[in-house]
Design a protein around this ligand. Structure first.
Ligand code: C2E
Ligand code: MG
Ligand code: MG
Ligand code: MG
Length: 292
């Protein structure tokens, strides 16, 4: 009897595994198709100067308009694309699309958009591939975007092997683009490594912003201080309320990003055109202006 039950368990387990595998293969095949079919779209979230509130640029965030599934967020498909390797081709597309979009906005309204930047997330898997250099170069050349208006974001966790990845990052940065360390505070980068990273910007992870309170800002303050000492611009991400905005302003963050200041939105129509972000505008006024 025990034997029979055991065999039954194995059969159920097999069945679950088989279904998982089938789902994964289906997803991977669908993803391969998604790019060619034009099912991937970018949403753009504003990044603002912490003190003046003026618009600094946008972060491009990928979404998948998957037939029958609605709009799928990156957390639900980027890990699969990393496993299958499709992320490299997706990443190349994201780079091109974001650069072309910023150039298009700039052509339409040069005085308004001409100084803005666009940030693109690059996967660690893509970073391990030498093709990344060509992909960045192609995005810049085909769009005509000035290199220093493109920000390449890599998450802190891919920096574990700083020596190998560091060289690739330095080569990317040598193209003239800006380099940002994303989700900082979730990995194990030491302050000492910060000094040697070929980076321009540090993005403090949302979890650190969420964890901070007016009475407990020491960690944030220390991070900002160290980053500034190494010449890095500091961005605070995940700002959801006015208290958090006050707090990250107080510890000296340079740029801010979060639902409070603007949610990711499709490029067309762009809900966050710069004229609506007046320098020095208080958050309440911003919110009133947004009408929510
Ligand atoms: P990330 O680069 O750290 O991007 C910030 C994420 O936080 C975005 O989620 C954004 O929508 C969300 N967010 C922004 N403000 C707030 C806020 O105030 N509160 C909260 N709770 N969330 C906020 P999203 O778009 O779902 O992207 C998730 C992650 O997927 C990104 O984290 C990034 O690591 C990855 N990702 C997004 N687009 C791409 C891409 O084109 N390529 C690659 N390789 N990864 C991407
Ligand atoms: Mg990012
Ligand atoms: Mg981040
Ligand atoms: Mg994140």
């Amino acid at each position: 009897r025990a034997k029979a039950a055991g065999r039954g368990t194995v059969e159920v387990f097999d069945e679950v595994l088989r279904r998982h595998l089938a789902e994964r293969q289906e997803l991977e095949a669908a993803l391969d198709h998604a790019l060619a079919a034009g099912e991937l779209v970018l949403h753009y979230q504003p990044v603002l100067a912490a003190v003046s509130g003026s618009l600094s640029g946008y972060e491009a965030l990928v979404r998948w308009q998957r037939p029958g599934h609605g709009l799928v967020g990156p957390d639900a498909f980027v890990p699969f694309a990393e496993q299958s390797g499709a992320i490299t081709r997706i990443g190349a597309w994201v780079l091109r699309e974001a650069c072309h979009q910023l150039v298009e906005w700039t052509r339409a309204q040069p005085t308004t958009y001409g100084a803005l930047r666009v940030a693109v997330n690059v996967s660690g898997r893509h970073l391990q591939d030498a093709v990344l250099l060509d992909d960045v170069r192609t995005a810049l050349e085909s769009s005509g975007l000035e290199p220093d208006r493109l920000v390449v974001e890599v998450t802190e966790t891919v920096l574990v092997d700083v020596h190998e990845v560091g060289e690739r990052l330095a080569a990317v940065r040598a193209l003239g683009v800006r380099l940002s360390i994303d989700d900082f505070g979730t990995g194990y980068t030491s302050f000492g490594q910060l000094a040697t990273l070929p980076a321009d910007e540090l993005k403090i992870d949302r979890s650190l912003v969420t964890a901070a309170t007016p009475g407990r800002t020491d960690l944030l303050r220390l991070m900002v201080h160290a980053a500034h000492a190494f010449g890095l611009v500091v961005v605070a991400e995940g700002i959801e309320d006015a208290d958090q905005l006050d707090l990250v302003r107080g510890v000296g963050c340079d740029l801010v990003q979060g639902y409070l200041l603007g949610r990711p939105a499709p490029a067309d129509p762009l809900p966050w055109a710069p004229p609506r972000v007046v320098a020095g505008l208080g958050v309440e006024e911003v919110e009133k202006e947004r009408g929510d």
